[in-house]
Write a protein that binds this ligand. Structure first.
Ligand code: NAD
Length: 487
């Protein structure tokens, strides 16, 4: 059993005690045991963090991009050096398999900060020749940015928000999910060790009200949330009073369309990655798998055989493919959807149960589950389950596949498998989704913008696109002649 010291808040470059006197228990989902207590930030603590950020940001904004990049690159080196330690901490907090965490979590966070560390020195405005007089633009920081994270990729999300924010000259107050507060604290330590001035990255812990305090605060200039659609709506509403900039990375129910000419082994690999990686707790997952009727049986045969070979178990074991879901409540929600799917007439091709063998009885494990005979109106096909539950549907024509794929309020991601190059591009052009893959799924390299259409979000993370969301443009007109006044 692992027990860690009580988690405090991180404000002004150091750990501080919350003034609320309240704590919550942080649970290791793989064992159901309490890892540590976490102090909850009061409104006064949130104000203090925002004030620290506000003070520090003024000087930070006056440094050159190259200087900011140098400090951020030191943080990147520390994250990479400590990848094992950070990955183990992430596994303890999330229940995800260590074999994933060592390659996908802190590593992706480091890639992101590195990208924006480089981009910092390239920030620039434009010059406009106005025939004698001229104008130019300055790309300026927004000020204090709030980051609010989800629990599935805790350190990655903290890096994806703080990396571009800091590179562009902003300060950040970050609230990790109450389910997974551990690695954001380590990130704060790393930034300080890398030489980031105190107050530029602060962490406040707590539930929704702490996030709401940030997203409504008059001294916060931007809020970036990764979370569910209902929370996104609340954050947008809260931010409207002070007209903050808002980035929302929300949920999805994304389609993955497999045409008969596709390489079926690759399509099955992608469908498995798109549904079972991180126990299915990934926003962009392709949970509605549309398979062309003529290859459906072959697809299911390959899929079931490979899914049944996946190893469920202790997430710290490097052989484990499927770890624990984040909490008992979440497991029950996922199991509830499985029951609803059965009741609605969908057939279980494999899985469908809680997994309690091999010492997993205290954790919150669910077998990778494949439903066939699914209908477009079923809850399992319409709603985000956020667990290892795949719905396979069949289609006959391209037009039908696209129409049904788009029949959702979500629009985070989509995938197409086909060897027909023209069809691949034609279909993605029709799909209403912010991130699409042809012949792969769920790859999110830092160079590529990531974000949603429709109810799946507003704004983009990663790439040059994120810079637009962490800066504002000032236009400056310069008069080189006399002022032409009619009076
Ligand atoms: P959630 O919406 O319950 O919580 C997200 C964060 O918002 C948490 O830190 C929470 O404390 C905070 N919060 C809750 N109420 C708030 C309020 N009123 N004001 C401000 N903050 C508030 O989501 P979750 O359960 O942590 O994460 C799962 C969801 O996140 C899924 O829907 C998933 O699809 C989505 N997600 C999206 C992406 C993406 O990049 N698009 C990535 C990961 C997860």
């Amino acid at each position: 059993m692992t027990t860690l010291p009580e988690v405090k808040l991180y404000i002004g470059g150091e750990y501080v005690d919350a003034t609320s006197g309240q704590t919550f228990d942080n649970v290791n989902p793989a064992t159901g045991e309490v890892i540590c207590k976490v102090q909850i930030a009061s409104d006064a603590d949130v104000n203090r963090a925002i004030e620290a950020a506000k003070q520090a940001q003024k000087a930070w904004a006056k440094t050159t991009g190259a200087e900011r990049g140098r400090i951020l690159n030191r943080a990147v080196a520390l994250i990479r050096e400590r990848n094992q330690e950070l990955s183990e901490l992430e596994v303890l907090d999330t229940g995800k398999p260590l074999q994933e965490a060592v390659v996908a979590d802190a590593a992706s966070g480091a890639d992101c900060i590195e990208y924006f560390a480089g981009a910092a020195a390239l920030l620039k405005g434009d010059h406009y020749d106005l025939g004698g007089s001229f104008a130019y633009t300055r790309r300026e920081p927004l000020g204090v940015c709030a980051g609010i994270g989800a629990w599935n990729y805790p350190i990655q999300i903290a890096c994806w928000k703080s990396g571009p924010a800091l590179a562009c000259g902003n300060a950040m107050v970050y609230k990790p999910s109450e389910m997974t507060p551990l690695t954001a604290m380590k990130l704060a330590e790393i930034y300080t060790e890398a030489g980031l001035p105190a107050g530029l990255f602060n962490v406040v812990n707590g539930y929704g009200p702490v996030g709401a305090a940030l997203s409504t605060h008059p001294d916060v200039d931007k809020v970036s949330l990764t979370g569910s659609v209902p929370t996104g709506k609340k954050v947008l509403q809260g931010a409207s009073e002070t007209l903050k900039h808002v980035t929302l990375e929300l949920g999805g129910k994304s389609p993955l369309i497999v045409f008969a000419d596709a390489d079926l082994d690759n399509a099955v690999s992608a469908a498995m990655l798109a549904n079972f990686y991180t126990q299915g707790e990934i926003c962009s997952n392709g949970t509605r798998v549309f398979v062309e009727e003529s290859v459906h049986n072959q697809f299911i045969e390959k899929l079931v055989s490979r899914t049944e070979k996946m190893k469920i178990g202790d997430p710290m074991d490097m052989e484990t493919h499927v770890g624990s879901l984040i909490s008992e409540d979440h497991m029950n929600k996922v199991l509830g959807y499985i029951e609803a799917g059965k009741k609605a007439g969908a057939q279980i091709a494999t899985g469908g149960n809680r997994y309690t063998a091999n010492g997993c009885d205290k954790g919150f494990y669910v077998e990778p589950t494949v439903f066939t005979q699914c209908g477009d109106e079923m809850d399992i096909v319409r709603e985000e389950i956020f667990g290892p539950v795949m719905s396979v549907l069949t289609f006959k024509t391209e037009e039908e596949a696209v129409r049904r794929a788009n029949d959702t309020d979500f629009g985070l991601a989509a995938g197409v498998f086909t060897k027909d190059i023209m069809r691949g591009h034609r279909v993605v052009a029709e799909l209403e989704a912010g991130t699409c893959w042809i012949n792969n799924y769920n790859l999110t390299p830092i160079e590529m913008p990531f974000g949603g259409y429709k109810h799946s979000g507003i704004g983009r993370e990663n790439s040059q696109a994120a810079i637009e969301h962490y800066t504002q443009l000032k236009s400056v007109y310069v008069e080189m002649g006399d002022v032409d006044a009619p009076y």
